[in-house]
Design a protein around this ligand. Structure first.
Ligand code: MG
Length: 386
């Protein structure tokens, strides 16, 4: 029997938000008590109507007026980051599916309120790892990873001795599909287009993360995410290319045993795991058909043509605000690429050149992090081709 829970979904009109709604449609024990969206107000209104959601977060007054006009007085509308923080404190489980650094207020507010955070927003955890660590010990606060690799690691770490730093774990293995350009050489990569980068071979995802998958920056971010989530240093986190995206990640223990989590690629499985745990929901998302047979291949990543991976490891070792700078510069670069202002091959070099302006400093506060984030973005914008 799965416990009834009050659920909030932040970033409800994005890919993970919509898939969270799919899980909720099949799970009547959960009540959707709050939603937010940064854009697509029309879609937000239809969600509010379908699920009779009492509280809604929007980024500005114009959107707030539109929601009030469409939904009437019964719906409470809150505006901006403070509004999001207020909504996060009001649910038993908060799905943070906001895209990019903008997800930070939701992450911090949910943990500070002692709630379960179902985290799909890796950027906030990566940029703010030391700050998030500080609020994780709030009684009741829990982080459950929606990211498929981390959800897999979470499942494979059951039974591991957690603290400090999982001493019975030899290595965490994060799998990577390799993205649409797996096996491409330097010449082929010079000519790749926006449409090709947005064509992921195995996962249907939003545009930002799909581009990050094509550069392997997503995998680099996931190494940092795993280190922050599980308290395992990046030296004990490996990346292996697995084109079928069936093994979502693996834990290698010191006795030589490797535990893996397998399913067909379907994010709803990870979302349902985070909402229902410790119970499992009987939705069978991602169910595999072993009777038809299939292959599982593994190969090392191409670190020369996909330098984002080693850049991420270097930022992790540097610590402080370096991961925040990397993530912020990458957001600027990906946006410029999606707008046609930057070639695919220039994305990671732009991130690397932006990091040259970073002076090491330990992260002290959210205000300090916001300053560093703004500086990184300003430098990255300055480095864009004119
Ligand atoms: Mg992932």
């Amino acid at each position: 029997m799965v416990q009834p829970r009050r659920v909030a979904v932040m970033g409800v009109t994005g890919s993970i938000g919509r898939q969270s709604l799919d899980v909720l449609r099949r799970s009547p024990q959960f009540e959707l008590v709050a939603v937010s969206a940064g854009r697509r107000v029309e879609e937000l209104v239809s969600v509010v109507r379908e699920f009779r959601v009492p509280r809604v977060g929007v980024p500005d007054d114009v959107s707030a007026t539109r929601v009030r006009d469409e939904c009437g007085d019964a719906v409470e509308v809150v505006v901006g980051d403070e509004g999001l923080a207020e909504l996060s404190a009001d649910a038993d489980v908060v799905v943070n599916a906001v895209v990019g650094f903008a997800g930070l207020p939701v992450t911090l507010a949910t943990l500070l309120a002692g709630r379960r955070l179902a985290l799909a927003n890796k950027e906030s955890l990566i940029a703010a790892a030391p700050l998030v660590e500080g609020v994780r010990s709030t009684p009741g606060a829990e982080i459950w990873p929606v990211d498929s690799e981390h959800c897999a690691l979470h499942q494979c770490l059951v039974g591991s001795s957690p603290a400090p730093r999982h001493p019975d774990v030899e290595r965490l293995w994060i799998t990577a599909s390799g993205g649409p350009f797996r096996g491409y050489d330097a010449t082929q990569l010079d000519g790749v287009s926006r449409d090709e980068a947005l064509r992921h071979p195995t996962w249907q995802m939003g545009p930002k993360i799909t581009v990050d998958s094509s550069t392997l920056m997503n995998k680099g971010l996931e190494v940092l995410e795993a280190s922050a989530l599980f308290g395992v240093e990046v030296e004990r986190i490996g990346v292996v290319v697995h084109p079928q995206s069936i093994v979502h990640s693996m834990v290698e223990y010191v006795d030589g045993s490797v535990l893996a989590q397998l399913s067909a690629p379907d994010m709803r499985l990870a979302i349902a795991y985070c909402l229902g745990a410790p119970e499992r929901l009987d939705h069978h998302w991602g169910q595999l058909d072993f009777s038809s047979g299939f292959r599982l291949d593994f190969e090392p990543p191409d670190r020369v043509n996909f330098p984002a991976l080693d850049l991420a490891y270097a930022c992790a070792r540097r610590g402080g605000a370096a991961p925040a700078w990397m993530s912020a510069a990458n957001e600027v670069a990906v946006e410029a690429f999606l707008d046609g202002r930057l070639a695919w091959r220039e994305i990671v070099p732009l991130v690397a050149s932006t990091l040259e302006s970073y002076d090491d400093s330990p992260l002290e506060s959210v205000a300090h992090l916001r300053d560093e984030d703004a500086r990184a973005r300003a430098v990255a914008h300055g480095n864009l081709p004119q």
